[in-house]
Design a binder for this molecule. Structure first.
Ligand SMILES: Nc1ncnc2c1ncn2[C@@H]1O[C@H](COP(=O)(O)OP(=O)(O)O)[C@@H](O)[C@H]1O
Ligand SMILES: O=P(O)(O)OC[C@H]1O[C@](O)(COP(=O)(O)O)[C@@H](O)[C@@H]1O
Ligand SMILES: [Mg+2]
Length: 323
């Protein structure tokens, strides 16, 4: 192995830079040239490649976002359009590729691996934590901490005014961020796409626990089947006429910021492993983590199987969420 390509794709996530750094430095350690590919699959198709130097990755472990840039690139789903990416990889002499991204990026990585015929490894980089086979994706922990900090602030004002707040968090098809931020912020309720949302039951719950005398926080995953926080508020309003309802959409602040210790460490360990897997000729694998041990998962499984947010002692937790 002489040249390893690195790209970041899909929604950016805190810790992507730590991964880029670890891959670049480990490649150099093994006498391999790291090639940075700008703007995800878009840069791969357009041949936006840079030889990574040691100094390019100095001082980036603590920075959010991705120094390589990222993109959503729908054209990459088209086999004809991907031909230019394959040609660019061959021309640059890239003989191994690390794709850092979410489920969509791994679908792209999986088809590309077959067309370009070089080993491809995926590192899960997404705040959504929606990849099967890993306890945590890079960026998830930081985003959770961002949400919890924001909800703590909302709680102060909600309590002062005895209001009911609907706080919308990211998670396009997945409730990981919503469920776990709700647990950690002491929210009264949580709405996630994995469970059926019953508007009347939520209204009854708010009435019984609150009676207009205290604050309530309802975390809403943006992908909930009843809609985002605005839609849920509109649906709740007729049932909660005597309550003061407010909505906050946290939005893209959840994607930025200084990565947590956890995300930096996970990204660094996974980045080293990605290089070693490529050197061993392994392909179409995702590097994941289970009970603090790094593991590999077939990319196919990571994409096709559904990651489901799990909680132990669901009944007790439901009480904690509603009292
Ligand atoms: N089925 C697919 N085939 C080929 N490429 C895909 C496929 N799905 C997604 N991609 C590529 O991966 C990119 C990132 O996917 P996206 O779903 O936007 O983000 P994420 O990887 O964070 O889930 C897409 O913009 C597209 O270029
Ligand atoms: O920034 P965009 O393109 O509007 O995308 C927003 C989406 O990206 C995410 O932040 C991350 O999702 P991906 O990892 O799949 O890109 C989702 O939670 C959110 O729905
Ligand atoms: Mg995704």
């Amino acid at each position: 192995m002489k040249k390893i390509g690195i790209l970041t794709s899909g929604g950016d996530a805190p810790g992507m830079n730590a991964a880029i750094r670890a891959i670049t430095k480990s490649a150099m350690h093994y006498g391999i040239q790291a090639i940075g590919i700008r703007d995800g699959f878009e840069g791969l198709m357009k041949g936006r490649f840079v030889n990574m130097k040691y100094t390019d990755v100095d001082n980036i472990i603590q920075r959010g976002g991705t120094i390589l840039g990222s993109a959503r690139c729908p054209e990459f789903k088209n086999a004809e359009a991907r031909k230019s990416a394959v040609a660019n990889v061959k021309e640059a002499g890239i003989d191994g590729l690390v794709v850092i991204g979410g489920d969509g990026s791994f679908r792209g990585a999986n088809v590309l691996a077959k067309e370009v015929d070089i080993p491809v490894i995926g590192l899960p980089g997404t705040i959504d934590n929606d990849l099967y086979g890993t306890d945590s994706t890079i960026g998830y922990d930081t985003a959770l901490n961002t949400i919890v900090e924001a909800v703590d602030k909302i709680r102060d004002t909600a309590t002062s005014h005895k209001r009911v707040f609907l706080v919308e968090v990211m998670g396009r098809d997945s409730g990981f961020l919503a469920l776990n931020s709700a647990i950690a912020s002491g929210a009264e309720s949580v709405l996630i796409p994995e469970t059926i949302t019953d508007i009347e039951a939520i209204a009854a719950q708010i009435k019984s626990q609150n009676k207009g005398r205290r604050s309530s926080i309802i975390i809403v995953a943006e992908g909930d089947e009843e809609g985002g926080a605005m839609e849920i508020m509109a649906k709740l309003r007729p049932h909660l006429e005597n309550f003061k309802l407010r909505t906050t959409i946290l939005g893209h602040i959840q994607r930025g910021g200084v990565p947590s210790y956890f995300d930096r460490a996970l990204a660094t360990r996974s980045g080293i492993m990605a290089v070693e897997l490529l050197m061993a000729g392994k392909t179409e694998k995702m590097v994941g983590v289970k009970a603090d041990e790094l593991i590999t998962v077939d990319l196919k499984d990571a994409i096709e199987k559904k990651a489901i947010p799990k909680v132990e002692r669901e009944e007790l937790l439901a009480k904690l969420l509603t009292k």
